[in-house]
Write a protein that binds this ligand. Structure first.
Ligand code: KG4
Ligand code: ZN
Length: 356
C-alpha cells in the first residue's frame, strides 16, 4: 500500500477520535512558526520566530536570507513547540503546512520538514493555503465563530474579499488588481524612510496626524465591483511628496501617514460593507497582517455595528503569520478527507479557488 492510500484509510479513523492533535507549520515569508492545536481551535503550544530584524536593513524581505533563516530555526522551533504543548511526536495525528502562496525557497523549508515528519511518523500530511490559514485564525480567536461569513483578507501579499461558504469552501468576490494593502503601507513607509515593516509604523504615526490634510485618491470606491487597486494611490502619495520636496515645502509625516491610511481604509470599509449587504450576511471576518491596524479595526467595527453586522478579528499575535492558523485550517481539511500526498510542492502563486 502506498503512503497516500494508507493515509486515506487512516483519516477515516482519525476523524472519529475525540481528540485530534495537529502540528501546523508556517514558513511562507519571514516568520518561522509551529503550533500544536487540539481539535482545530485549542492551541496547546505555539512558537513564532520573526525575521523582521534580519530584513530591516534591506527595507524588505530578502528571499534568500529568509530561506536560510527558516532552515536554521525550523527544527528547534518545532521541538520547543512540542515541548510547550506537553505532547510527544507520537501524539500527533497529522502535520499541516503552508504550501503557497509565498516565497518558493521559504515555503520549501516548511513543506520538506512537514513531509519528513509525516512520512517518518506515518501520519497524514495536509497542504494548506496561506489565505485560508489567515481566515482560520479567527476560529481560534472566536470559538463560537462558524461559516458562512464574509472575510476581508488584508496582508503584505493579499487583499481579498472572500465569501466563506463553509469550512474550506470559498468564493472570491474581489481582490486587488495590483499592489496589496500591506504592500502599499510598506512602500509608502520606505518612501518616507520610516523603516520596515511599514504597517505598524504608519498605524502609530497616523494617530498623531490629520487624516483630512491631503485628499488622496480612493481607487474604485464608486465602482460596482469588489476589486481593489492600491498602486495608483501609492504613486499619488509618492508624487505628492516629490512635489513638496522640489518646492522645498515642509510637511508633517504624521499628516501624510494619516491621509494615506484614511484613503486605504475608506476603500476597504466601503467595499466590505457593500459586499456584506449584497450577499446579506451579518458576519464579517477580518484577517491577515493588516487586520492588526487599529484604525481599520475601529472604522470597520463602527460601520458594521451601524448596520447590525458583527465584526470578528484575531488578536495581534494571530494576525501575523503563524502556525496555529495553519493547524486549524489543516484540521478542517482533514475532517473533509482533503489530505496531501508526499509529492506536495511549494507553489508561490497558489490559487485559493483550486483548493475547493
Ligand atoms: O500576513 P502578514 O504577516 O504577511 C503576509 O502574508 O503578507 O502581513 C504582513 C503585512 C505587512 O505589509 C505589514 O506592513 C502589514 O501586514 N501590517 C500592518 C500592520 N501590522 C502589520 N499594516 C497596517 N497596520 C498595522 N498595524
Ligand atoms: Zn500572511
Amino acid at each position: 500500500m502506498t503512503y497516500f492510500s494508507e493515509m486515506k484509510e487512516k483519516v477515516k479513523n482519525i476523524k472519529h477520535k475525540n481528540e485530534i492533535i495537529i502540528l501546523g507549520i508556517e514558513t511562507s515569508c519571514d516568520e518561522t512558526s509551529a503550533a500544536v492545536v487540539r481539535n482545530g481551535r485549542e492551541v496547546l503550544g505555539h512558537k513564532i520566530a520573526s525575521q523582521i530584524e534580519l530584513h530591516k536593513k534591506y527595507g524588505g524581505v530578502v528571499p534568500e536570507i529568509a530561506s536560510r533563516k527558516h532552515i536554521e530555526v525550523i527544527n528547534p522551533i518545532i521541538d520547543e513547540t512540542i515541548e510547550e504543548a506537553g505532547v510527544t511526536l507520537a501524539d500527533l495525528d497529522a502535520v499541516a503546512v503552508t504550501h503557497g502562496p509565498g516565497l518558493v525557497g521559504a515555503l520549501l523549508v516548511g513543506v520538506s520538514t512537514a513531509k519528513a515528519l509525516a512520512y517518518g511518523l506515518n501520519i497524514p500530511l495536509i497542504g494548506v493555503h496561506h489565505i485560508e490559514g489567515h481566515i482560520c485564525a479567527n476560529y481560534i480567536a472566536h470559538q463560537e465563530l462558524t461559516p458562512p461569513f464574509l472575510s476581508l483578507v488584508v496582508s503584505g501579499g493579499h487583499t481579498h474579499l472572500i465569501w466563506a461558504k463553509d469550512y474550506g469552501e470559498y468564493e472570491i468576490l474581489g481582490q486587488t488588481l495590483d499592489d496589496a494593502a500591506g504592500e502599499a503601507y510598506d512602500k509608502i513607509a520606505r518612501t518616507l524612510e520610516l523603516g520596515y515593516p511599514g504597517g505598524p509604523i504608519i498605524d502609530k504615526l497616523a494617530k498623531e496626524g490629520d487624516a483630512n490634510s491631503v485628499e488622496f485618491p480612493r481607487p474604485y470606491i464608486k465602482d460596482p465591483h469588489y476589486n481593489f487597486s492600491f498602486s495608483g494611490l501609492k504613486t499619488a502619495v509618492i508624487n505628492y511628496l516629490h512635489t513638496l520636496n522640489q518646492r522645498g515645502q515642509k510637511y508633517r509625516v504624521e499628516d501624510i501617514a494619516a491621509s494615506f491610511q484614511q484613503a486605504v481604509i475608506d476603500v476597504l470599509v466601503d467595499k466590505t460593507i457593500k459586499a456584506a449587504q449584497d450577499i446579506k450576511t451579518d458576519k464579517v471576518v477580518l484577517a491577515g497582517g493588516v487586520a492588526a491596524n487599529s484604525a481599520l479595526r475601529d472604522q470597520l467595527g463602527q460601520s458594521c455595528q451601524e448596520r447590525g453586522i458583527k465584526l470578528y478579528y484575531p488578536n495581534l499575535l494571530l494576525c501575523t503569520d503563524n502556525g496555529a492558523m495553519i493547524a486549524c485550517a489543516g484540521y478542517y481539511r482533514l475532517l473533509k478527507g482533503k489530505i496531501s500526498d508526499l509529492n506536495l510542492n511549494a507553489v508561490p502563486g497558489l490559487a485559493l479557488i483550486n483548493k475547493i
